[in-house]
Ligand binder design. Sequence first.
Ligand SMILES: [Zn+2]
Ligand SMILES: [Zn+2]
Length: 418
Amino acid sequence: MAAGTNIFEDKHTNNWFKACIALNFTKEGLTDFVLTELHNVQTLVGRSCGQCFIQNPIPCPTQDVCKKRKRNNCSFHNSLQPTSCQTCHKVKQNITLLHRFNGPSWANTKAERWAMDPWEIGKCYLPRDGYSSVSSVQESDFNGVVSIVLNCTHFQTCISAACLSPPPPDKQCPLENVRQIGRDVRHTADCKVTDADLQYFFLTLTTLLADPVHLLHDPLTTKARRKLSDLQNDRLSLVDLGKMLKEANKTLTHAKEAGERFSEEAERTLKEGLNTLEAKIQAGENALKTKHKLVNNELKTRHILVNNALKTRQRLENNALKTRHIVENRALKTRHRLGNNALKTRHRLEIKALKTRHRLENKALKKKHRLENKALKTRHRLENKALQTKHRLENNTLETRHRLGNRALKTRHRLENK
Ligand SMILES: [Zn+2]
Ligand SMILES: [Zn+2]
């Protein structure tokens, strides 16, 4: 959602607000580059022992570090005294050699983390005040990031010579000019920037971010250049603006910690901008919610319609299926009934035929038996008759023989008696 960057009614106040945001875009664009190069610085200065705290390699007194209130009572070396660790002494020497003005901000850094966190080495090149609690390059502000590039001479090898010519702290140094933009914006008395100044700011910052040695091809820097262009042409989203405004507030907080003059006007204007922007974001969110609600309702209505259509189709399909089943069942039953009737008729006919056959067979059998019985009886009668005739003849023969025997016997007896 692109939105005009016209948070303030006054054009010049709006310009100042844009300048605040442009500084933060620039800082964001430089973070990867600075962190990468701080890794290289970490290698250059050598590995610390990891045991020493910053109070150990710093002799007492050291100018700008030790603060002696009374004799032998240094607030920096209050709890820890200098020691003679050669490893850390050497690292400390190397950090100092890479400092353009030979004055690292020792109070900012945690020497026990030098070997594991390049940011702790980077902090030596930050301004003295206001950065001891900043724990990463991302957390640092525009002034901090530009200060590291200006103060650490290693960065001479990573940006074009033109950026550092004439060398800092010459007011003509382009990188000093970049840092000065930050100061001008923070220290403003009236929170107003002319159109010409704003154009100069955009041009200077964009030129730095397009430095040909490394920055031109750094993805984060490329993104920052695009965002600067969007800001300049009023193409930024409200969400981006909100994020930027919070960053601007953080810058303000840091500036106060560092004891910098950050005008009441600047503070008041930033707060006002934040409120206006929040109201705008809120309005935008409400509009978005309303749109979502409308889209949701439309979606729900469509779902309901689609569901109803689907249900109707399913109901019709179910009915069609049921009807088909009923018809099929009916046809099947009819077929079975017809089949059964035919079967029954066949059985009945078969049984009838069977019964007829049985009856005929029985009848034939009985007749046969009757004839057989009759024949048997006739045979028996004939056999009995023949037998009786035979017996009678045999009896007659026997009687005849007996009579003849007796006659012969009597004849013999008579003859014998004579
Ligand atoms: Zn050590
Ligand atoms: Zn001391």
